[in-house]
Design a protein around this ligand. Structure first.
Ligand SMILES: Cc1cc2nc3c(=O)[nH]c(=O)nc-3n(C[C@H](O)[C@H](O)[C@H](O)COP(=O)(O)OP(=O)(O)OC[C@H]3O[C@@H](n4cnc5c(N)ncnc54)[C@H](O)[C@@H]3O)c2cc1C
Length: 288
């Protein structure tokens, strides 16, 4: 299908973009890589009268270290995430996750900001950001604010972004050196969204879990942070019985839809399988 007609705007600063989006209200929509929004427009599931393209705003690009955090500009593409030496050294789960998103063609254009702002429970980065304890920088009519990824997602396609807001960057606290990590994703074929996926970041000390964080993708209306499951694992040696209890706790917070990816019960079980695999791989990668 062909999208409905729209007016195209190309601001050159965040301030200009926010001004435009604020004045357009519900008639305006930010455009990043367009690889979620344009397909929705072709299906007429989104019919914005105005697109505000963020591609000409250089301040939205780039990846930098900032003290004990890394800060990634919203218009950084998935391809640039994969190619970043800084991220490979400091937050390697981002490269692992990006490589499981879509295909190279989509990753050349699709942005990190678009992936986390979109609000589709099938997007992979939101659960990873919850797992990492990331914060989103948002510029709106009232100025700058920061929103924790764990507080950002409210429902399918509902986030704490308001009319006129531009997500400008993602701030990630660098996990401790020697941490273990893994993103395990079950998909029907290369380039597919997750049937279920699990992100794990943990640290080990003397063979026991010192800290652990878990995110789950596409098994509820929002990405999930599995806080209780992580608590169960902390202090354990990741023995089979404790992992089983933690997996049960993670499965208990899922509420997936039954759809072309399988019935709800199957997807919940697959979330558990992905988590079990991610925990084993994260443990094998961790030092300590
Ligand atoms: C064939 C195919 C397969 C795919 N497979 C996967 C997959 O496996 N996993 C996955 O995670 N994704 C997948 N995607 C989606 C892809 O990763 C998208 O690129 C991504 O979800 C959205 O990023 P974008 O830059 O394209 O954003 P857009 O499509 O431009 O925008 C998406 C939404 O976010 C809003 N938005 C974008 N940027 C901002 C911002 N800075 N501030 C405020 N609002 C903003 C837009 O207004 C829009 O509502 C797939 C896409 C395709 C076409």
């Amino acid at each position: 299908m062909i999208p409905g007609s729209f007016s195209y705007h190309r601001p050159s600063s965040v301030k200009e973009a926010v001004g435009l989006l604020a004045s357009l209200g519900d008639d305006g929509r930010a455009l990043a890589g367009g690889h979620s929004l344009i397909p929705m427009m072709k299906l007429r599931l989104a019919t914005p009268a105005n697109l505000v393209d963020l591609a000409g705003i250089t301040e939205l690009k780039g990846i930098r270290a900032d003290g004990s955090d890394v800060v990634i500009g919203a218009m950084t593409t998935q391809h640039e995430v994969i190619g970043s030496d800084l991220l490979a050294a400091k937050v390697p789960i981002l490269r692992e996750t990006s490589l499981l998103i879509a295909d190279p063609q989509v990753r050349y254009v699709g942005t990190l900001g678009g992936n986390v702002a979109n609000g589709d429970p099938g997007n992979d980065m939101p659960a990873v950001m919850m797992c990492l304890g990331a914060t989103y920088h948002v510029m709106g009519k009232a100025g700058d604010r920061r929103v924790a990824a764990r507080d950002f997602y409210q429902g399918a396609y509902f986030t704490s972004l308001e009319s006129g807001d531009v997500l400008t960057a993602v701030r990630i606290p660098v996990p401790a050196a020697g941490h273990g990590f893994a993103y395990e994703k079950l998909k029907r074929k290369i380039g597919d969204y997750a049937t279920a996926a699990a992100a794990v970041v943990l640290t080990m000390s003397s063979g026991k879990v010192a800290s652990c964080s878990i995110g789950l993708t596409n098994v509820a209306e929002t990405p999930l942070w599995a806080e209780e499951a992580a608590k169960i694992l902390t202090g354990s040696a990741l023995d089979a019985a404790t992992v089983k209890r933690a997996v049960a706790a993670a499965e208990a917070i899922t509420a997936p839809a039954s759809d072309a990816r399988g019935p709800a019960q199957y997807r919940t079980k697959m979330a558990g399988v992905m988590l079990t695999r991610a925990l084993a791989r994260a443990k094998a990668r961790a030092h300590g």
